[in-house]
Design a protein around this ligand. Structure first.
Ligand SMILES: C[S@@+](CC[C@H](N)C(=O)[O-])C[C@H]1O[C@@H](n2cnc3c(N)ncnc32)[C@H](O)[C@@H]1O
Length: 390
């Protein structure tokens, strides 16, 4: 697995904990690189021809699911994939629980202490050092799409505080998504932010946003990328989860990147009308709900100044029926309950429902150019991007 950059909010695994994490990483690599392709073979050689003969047409996703879930090879891969996800969280939770008191103290200190100069430009007087901030709202109602199940099996998901000033969900998510993606999200889980920044630079080269909002920012892994890419901009990150936001703030301050984090629902925020040049999100939409989508887009439109830009980066849902079935494994087996509906939702139509003009909305597939050193098992990551101008 490519190296993951250490920062001081990440727990340090002991020898055996590290071995478990390494095992999970290689198990997942084996499952996706060696075993999953076999499911494609089972489908194309046996299941698809039988279904076509029986139905006299191409099967739909539900028919593929019914047939594939009877196949022992698929059953084995699916059971192992599910277990690898459970092992993944277990391997990250142990070191986090052990180091939690220290992580909480560090995060609290970052909220109180004067700005660290680490990572800031040398030679500047202290008053010029910019700091981020954290604003939590304990009364914010959590959306039902977050409280009904633990999304992607992460115990307590993004929002559960198990102790005062908790940051555990953030530490668990940070290392968890690194393992989940086999390191492919980059040394600071920054690939999605990098990709969307590359999209802006390529498609909107004149864009110089002065105020940027990242919705569903979680631990701020993508938010920090925006603050670094546009250092003159005031950058905000919102999320519904308090523990991930405490972690995000402490992590960003430790990296010397000023970001203003607040606990808010993207469906309705407290920011003023027309107060942002750019509103973005990275893999947030598929963890919401159908009614939430148009409300979020309407909120983005309200927040953008005329000419401002909304960008949502999402996971593509597959081009063939079989690819869609395999993508939607996450919905049926990994508590990504809404994501399967995204396969058939027309995001451009939802953006129009949110008030954007049809001629100013587009959905693109986009991959950032990567050097060979950045690549993992995929040559290039192709993402789906919903873009709309106010
Ligand atoms: C898959 S995580 C993505 C985190 C991050 N953007 C990244 O780049 O890795 C989705 C995040 O969206 C947040 N989220 C989902 N619905 C939201 C809403 N309505 N308002 C604010 N945050 C939301 C979740 O709490 C979670 O932290």
């Amino acid at each position: 697995m490519p190296a993951f950059r250490k920062h001081d909010m990440l727990p340090s695994p002991r020898h055996d904990e590290q071995a478990r994490q390494d095992f999970v990483g290689s198990l997942r690599g084996h499952l996706s690189g060696r075993l999953m392709p076999g499911a494609y073979q089972v489908y194309s050689r046996r299941v698809e021809p039988a279904l076509r003969a029986e139905l006299g047409r191409e099967p739909d996703e539900n028919e593929v699911r019914r047939a594939m879930t009877r196949e022992p090879y698929y059953q084995f891969w699916s059971a192992m994939q599910r277990r690898s996800q459970e092992l993944l969280w277990e391997s990250v939770i142990d070191p986090t629980e052990r180091e939690l008191p220290g992580l909480i103290e560090r995060a609290k200190a970052r909220r109180q202490a004067p700005a660290s100069r680490k990572g800031q430009q040398r030679g500047k007087a202290s008053p010029a050092v910019r700091r981020g901030s954290l604003r939590l709202d304990p009364d914010l109602p959590l959306p039902r799409y977050h409280t009904t199940v633990d999304i992607h099996l992460q115990p307590g998901a993004y929002h559960t505080d198990s102790t005062a000033d908790d940051v555990a969900a953030g530490a668990i998510y940070d290392k968890g998504i690194n393992l989940y993606m086999g390191g492919a999200l980059g040394a600071e889980n920054d690939l999605m932010g990098d990709t969307l920044v590359a999209y802006v630079r390529q498609r909107h080269p004149a864009s110089r946003p002065r105020r940027i909002l990242d919705m569903g920012c979680a631990i701020g892994n993508s938010t920090v990328v925006w603050a670094r890419a546009f250092p003159q901009a005031e950058v905000h990150g919102i999320d519904v989860g308090a523990p991930v936001l405490r972690y995000a703030h402490a992590r960003a301050e430790g990296l010397g990147v000023p970001v203003h984090f607040s606990q808010q629902n993207a469906e309705q925020t407290s920011f003023e009308d027309g107060s942002f040049d750019l509103v973005v999100s990275h893999i947030m939409l598929h963890e919401t709900s159908k009614p939430a989508l148009s409300r979020i887009f309407a909120e983005c439109r309200r927040l953008l100044r005329p000419g401002g830009l909304m960008l949502h980066l999402e996971i593509p849902r597959g081009h063939t029926v079989f690819e869609q079935f395999m993508h939607n494994w996450e919905s049926y087996n990994n508590n990504e309950t809404f994501s399967r509906y995204m396969t058939r939702i027309d995001l451009a139509a939802e953006a129009r429902k949110g008030g954007f003009e049809a001629s100013k909305v587009r959905v693109d597939e986009f991959a950032m150019e990567m050097s060979v050193a950045q690549m993992n098992y995929a040559e290039n990551f192709v993402w789906k991007i919903l873009a709309a101008e106010r």
